[in-house]
Design a protein around this ligand. Structure first.
Ligand SMILES: C[S@@+](CC[C@H](N)C(=O)[O-])C[C@H]1O[C@@H](n2cnc3c(N)ncnc32)[C@H](O)[C@@H]1O
Length: 227
């Protein structure tokens, strides 16, 4: 069954003295995710926002392999923000900015997106394993912000388990979906068709689906020509 941790550091795993948290799933999924991101990012420069960064491990790995990209991690949870900042300090890479406090249920995301101190005209937004462990309004805010802050050729990358046109792609995902909904009726594995409808409201459309290990997908959204 797929694994999920809503709040890292509460699962009994050790926390480094500097606040760095470790997510077991990161070690299993980061290379496959990076391979998909790199196909788009290769040869480009610009700002990329990670929404719901969690521990901060993904952004460090991605930044190490894409020195031309400026990475902007973010989260809502204070302990996660501390972990992201600690991983950033530990990595000492010049292309990771301090974490932004973004609540995705707010379509404006955060003040830094507007006052010139944050990313501008983003090349991409990356979001892993967030929208099924959050109310639907978080998906709404994620797409609204992506529609507002992505540059013309920008992409929104969504990693996680998804239903495809109403059906689960694996029994393990169906079981996971039930456990999520038991935990919180507002959570649940999201459906590609519903996400396409949501994307359309933000001027975005699904341009690619990448199949990933462990019955996960990466959904890639770009600006729709009509927008
Ligand atoms: C399961 S973790 C995934 C973390 C990381 N992306 C990963 O794949 O390891 C979900 C993350 O979403 C964050 N999150 C939940 N609700 C959020 C919201 N409304 N705005 C921003 N982040 C949120 C949590 O704090 C947590 O870090």
């Amino acid at each position: 069954m797929a694994e999920y941790v809503v709040e890292f550091g509460k699962d009994g795993r050790p926390v480094e003295p500097d606040g760095r948290l470790d997510a077991p799933a990161f070690h299993r999924n980061h290379q496959a995710i990076r391979a998909v991101l790199e196909k788009f990012l290769a040869g480009k420069s610009g700002d990329v926002v990670e929404a719901g960064s969690g521990t901060g491990q993904h952004v460090v790995d991605f930044a190490r392999h894409t020195p031309e990209i400026t990475w902007w991690p973010s989260d809502l949870n204070e302990q996660h923000l501390r972990s992201i900042a600690a991983w950033r300090t530990h990595a000492a890479l010049p292309n990771i900015r301090p974490p932004l406090r973004i609540d995705l249920s707010d379509p404006a995301w955060c003040a830094e997106m507007h006052d010139g101190s944050g990313p501008s005209e983003s090349l991409a937004v990356f979001c892993a394993n967030v929208i099924h462990i959050a109310p639907w309004r978080v998906a709404e805010g994620l797409f609204a912000g992506a529609g507002r802050y992505l540059r013309a050729d920008g992409r929104l990358f969504l990693y996680g388990p998804f239903k495809r046109d109403g059906s689960h792609t694996a029994l393990s995902n169906a079981v996971f979906d039930s456990s999520l909904r038991d935990n919180n009726p507002e959570w649940g594995v999201r459906d590609t068709a519903e996400l396409e409808r949501l994307a359309a409201t933000a001027g975005l459309e699904l341009v690619e689906i990448a199949e990933m290990p462990a019955n996960n997908l990466i959904l890639v959204f770009g600006r729709s020509p009509a927008a």
